[in-house]
Design a protein around this ligand. Structure first.
Ligand code: PAF
Length: 283
């Protein structure tokens, strides 16, 4: 595996592959790699000839300076894991390489960016859309892989790719979970023992909604309220727990047999956790 810091080096490393017609796959990450990222790499490895993993803690997507400062960083460990997963190129640019002096462009996605994560983390999706657009311009991948855990992020990325004709196929990989159901997240390492247990409230809240919808409850608002009550019973106040349309993230009132996404976010101790589950209600 080659570690690359600059766009010039990246272009040099990928030019020959591109000319030879090889498929270039990108797994964008902010490091602190875990099994969820490795599942993305495995999916990329199975399909792309050349796998690039980007490692960049993107400052423009953090709405909270404390969260950015506390974001776990260990490039040595990440590089070992990436190499073990058979990544070809580790692209780990400095902030000044991505946002050089004079940088003045923004990317803002309307519609799907406005609710839920977008409303609770102002500017977050603008930062994600900007850095993903930059990474796609720098790596010029054929395909990029994202985790289903960040479902709204995936919808935002799909919108940018379609609207700006970026020509990158977006693939998703199911959320990887701990054996007890907690969704893997780079932020989980900051959970103390008691908060680690409280973090399961998100999973239990989702389970309660999914069970109701799967049993034929078509009132999505009532199902979501039952999920919020489960979370509160476990001492966790949801920022939101809603049943939404999987493409637009608009709230769903009645399921009427359509596939819906149940999405949840809550602060747990020092971190904010998110999770989601796709449900196909019975017709
Ligand atoms: O999901 C993430 O880790 C980040 O939001 C991403 C897509 C790498 C952009 O910084």
């Amino acid at each position: 595996m080659q570690t690359i810091r600059t766009v010039d080096e990246l272009r040099a490393a990928l030019g020959g592959h591109r000319r030879a017609g090889r498929t270039i796959g990108l797994v964008p990450t902010m490091g602190a790699l875990h099994e969820g990222h490795l599942a993305l790499v495995r999916a990329a490895r199975a399909e792309a000839d050349v796998v690039v993993l980007s490692l960049f803690v993107n400052p423009t997507q953090f709405d909270d300076a404390g969260d950015l400062a506390a974001y776990p960083r260990d490039e040595g460990r990440d590089a070992e894991l990436a190499e073990g997963a058979d990544v070809d190129l580790l692209f780990a640019p400095a902030v000044a390489e991505v946002y050089p002096t004079g940088f003045a462009t923004t990317v803002s996605v309307g519609g799907v960016s406005g609710r839920l994560e977008g409303a609770h983390r102002p500017g977050h999706f603008d930062g994600v859309a900007l850095v993903v657009t930059k990474l796609f311009g720098m790596v010029r991948p054929d395909v990029a892989w994202f985790g289903q855990k960040d479902a709204q992020q995936v919808a935002v990325v799909r919108r940018v790719v379609a609207d700006l004709d970026l020509g990158v196929r977006i693939e998703t990989v199911p959320t990887v979970r701990e054996p007890d159901g907690l969704a893997l997240s780079s932020r989980n390492v900051r959970l103390g023992a008691a908060d680690r247990i409280r973090g399961l409230a998100l999973r239990h809240g989702l389970d309660a909604v999914v069970a109701r919808l799967a049993a034929g409850e078509s009132d999505a608002v009532a199902a979501a309220e039952a999920g919020r009550a489960v979370m509160r019973g476990e001492g966790v106040e949801p920022e939101y727990l809603e049943v939404v349309d999987p493409d637009t993230f608009e709230p769903v009132g009645r399921t009427e047999g359509r596939p819906v996404l149940v999405v949840v976010a809550a602060p747990v101790g020092p971190v904010r956790l998110i999770d989601n589950e796709l449900v196909e209600p019975p017709r």
